[in-house]
Structures are given as C-alpha cells and as structure tokens.
Design a protein around this ligand. Sequence first.
Ligand SMILES: Cc1cc2nc3c(=O)[nH]c(=O)nc-3n(C[C@H](O)[C@H](O)[C@H](O)COP(=O)(O)OP(=O)(O)OC[C@H]3O[C@@H](n4cnc5c(N)ncnc54)[C@H](O)[C@@H]3O)c2cc1C
Length: 398
Amino acid sequence: MDLRFTEEQDAFRLEARSWLRDHVPSVSDGTGPLPSLDTADGFEAHRAWEKTMSDARWSVVSWPEEFGGRGVGLMEWLIFEEEYYRAGAPTRVSQNGIFLLAPTLFEFGTPGQQARFLPSMASGETIWCQGWSEPDAGSDLAAIRSRAERRPAGAGDGGGGWVLNGQKTWCSRGAFADWIFGLFRTDPTAGRHRGLTYFLVPMDAPGVTVRPIAQLDGETGFAEVFFEDVFVPDDQVLGTVDQGWSVAMATAGSERGLSLRSPARYTEAGRRLLSLYRDRAGSDPDGAGRAADAVARAVIDAEAYRLHTYWTATRVLDGAGVGPEASMNKIFWSETDLSIHEAALTLLGDGGELLDDDGRPPGWLDGFLFALAGPIYAGTNEIQRNVVAERVLGLPRA
Ligand SMILES: Cc1cc2nc3c(=O)[nH]c(=O)nc-3n(C[C@H](O)[C@H](O)[C@H](O)COP(=O)(O)OP(=O)(O)OC[C@H]3O[C@@H](n4cnc5c(N)ncnc54)[C@H](O)[C@@H]3O)c2cc1C
C-alpha cells in the first residue's frame, strides 16, 4: 500500500475543495444548514443540493461519465469524501441509491436497467429507499414473508411480471422516497435463503401504501410500506429470479463495507472532537483531563479506520473482493462513531444534553443520538460478530 497521492489526485482534491467551498450551503451566506432530511422540506432541499452537485458532476465521481460520473477511481472517491466532510456538506439524501443500490446495479443490472435507473439516481431526481426489514424479519432477514407471485404475459393488462403483497418496515426516508428496492419471496417451497427475488418498485405504483413512522423527535424519516396486489413488470427484477439473496448480500456488502460510511465521516468528527477538547482544556482543564484518554482513543480509531479503508481500497483495486470482512468494517465504524460522540458529551458535561432554544438537540447530542442507531442498522453488531466468527475466523456455529 502506497499512502502517497499522485499529482493528478492532489489536483483532483484541490478542484473538489474549491468547488465545495463555493457551493456548500453555509450559515454565512444564509443558504445553510439545510433543514433535516427527515422532514418533507428538508428532503426536497437535500434533493436540490444533489441536483446542484450533479450539474457539476460531483454527485457520483467514480461512476462512468455516461451515467453522470467523472469516471475516476476508488481512491479519488475517497479523496472526494474527505473534502466533502471537511467542507461540512449536507448528508446525502440519495445514499440508499448511490451507495447501496448503484453498486448492485453495476454488478447485477442489465444494460437497460443501468441506463434507466442510474442517471436519475445521480441527479437526485429519483431517491431510493431500502425495503428489507419486516415486522418479523430484521436480523433474521431470510424470514421475510412478503411475497411475489408470477403473472404471465397476456394475463391482466398485458406484459409479464409479478404481483407483490406484504409489508416492509423501518424504511429510512421511505416517507418521501420515489422508489424502493426490496426482497420478496417468489418460491415459498424453497429453503429460507432460496426462492427470494430482488425487485425495484416505484412508490406511486397502484397498491403501494406508505405510512410514516413518527420518531421521538417528531420527524418522520422512517416509514412502513404496504404492498397490496402491486404489479411489477419483469424488467424491474434485479438479478435472477429466486437468486435474490446473493444480490441482496452484494447490497449489504456495500452497506457494511466501503461505500456507505467512508472514513472521512469519522476523521472529520475526530478533528472536531480534538478542537472541542482544546477549547475545554482552556476553560475546564480537570474535566478535559478526565476525558483525555477517551478523546485520544476515539481519534486514533477514526484514523485507524481511514488507514484500514485505504488498505482495503488498494486490495479492491488489485482485483480482490471485500467479502465477509465487511462485517468487521461495520462493527468498527459504528463503534468508532459512538466513541467519538460519547467522548464529546463527556467533555461537554451536563450542559451537552440540553436542547437548543428551538427544542432541537444541538450538534454533538444529535450526532450521539444517531450514533446509538449505528450498531443496529445495516445489520446489528451482534449479527456481524456472528458473521466474523463463522466466516472470517472459521469458528464453529454456536
Ligand atoms: C436508523 C435505522 C435505519 C434503518 N433503516 C432501514 C432501512 O432503510 N430499510 C430496512 O429494511 N431496514 C432498516 N432498518 C432496520 C434494521 O435493519 C433492523 O432494525 C435490524 O436489522 C435489526 O432487526 P430488528 O430491529 O428486527 O431486531 P431483532 O432482529 O429483533 O434483534 C433484536 C436484538 O436481538 C439480537 N439478535 C437477534 N438475533 C440474534 C442472533 N442470532 N445472535 C445474536 N443476537 C441476535 C440483535 O442483535 C438485536 O440486538 C433500520 C434500522 C435503524 C435503527
């Protein structure tokens, strides 16, 4: 692994930095910060930001140019992410699409599906949500009961396809998203991990009902999604019928591995944590001293995750896959996120838990509350530890 960047990569970094400096919504010119993306207004404001980035071809830098990218490599994407977080740019409302579904479309999609779905994903015109979890299928995803039945060509109103019935839950941004990707059981007689198929469904298809789930803070980013006799044509099946589990595991690999959580998210939070530590050391040296070890640990872990990711990227560029090691990544980034925010709240003391005048949690507290969910979403850390034990370490099943 060579940790030096090339001249071209340095130039790419400076170009990204300069564009972000001129365009990221900011407090100083009254364009930022954007309202929460888990509100209707905030969702649309974030969508508009995606369009601004896409117009300048910054929304999906590593994709081929024909789909809206710049055709640059994985290293440049990591560099762009560092600049993105450094600039304090908005959370990506399109993340389920660009970071999870897109890699799966590149691997399993037909050329027709890639041409149809990728450009509108890059521009923010189509925002996707993920429909996997069900009320009785979370950790045990293979227990899903939502089903799809074959409707041959000529039946009903014409072309062949599938009729979907069932319920999904905990769909992030499901209250506002345009399309959903999800797993449905197509062969009820097959084993649990077989007989599943991966479908792409517009949220305004007849028979789809979206019921937002109100969160404690009043926002409604999550939704339950109900399917009642929803017709989906054959060309909205991603991958092979009945082989959806392996397609879904490719998406999960992206979610746990490289693409959903780039290290910049944590190194930037680590940088802000150090700055907070220095401030507090001036006003409350004893308090800061008590948090010093936790601060150091969290900042070192963020940097370790960054170096580990560059190592992984180097291996991927050499042709290796990520595989079940993605589960180690997921444990590490979610626990690092928690340590960073816990250390910040320790530094802030009791005052760190007070809400702002408008009743919203201030930055570190808000980040901490979200970090608490990290060990749950993208597959709980208990399940990831099982995967690491069995598939990385080769230990026997408990
Ligand atoms: C912020 C957030 C966003 C989410 N977004 C989405 C989304 O967009 N789309 C979507 O489909 N889902 C989403 N989810 C749902 C998420 O995938 C599930 O919450 C998760 O998979 C766990 O499932 P569950 O909630 O049903 O918990 P359960 O599966 O009931 O687990 C409960 C507890 O038991 C433990 N446990 C279960 N089985 C085992 C085992 N075999 N060994 C050891 N421990 C075990 C779990 O680790 C957990 O601690 C999101 C969740 C959160 C918190």
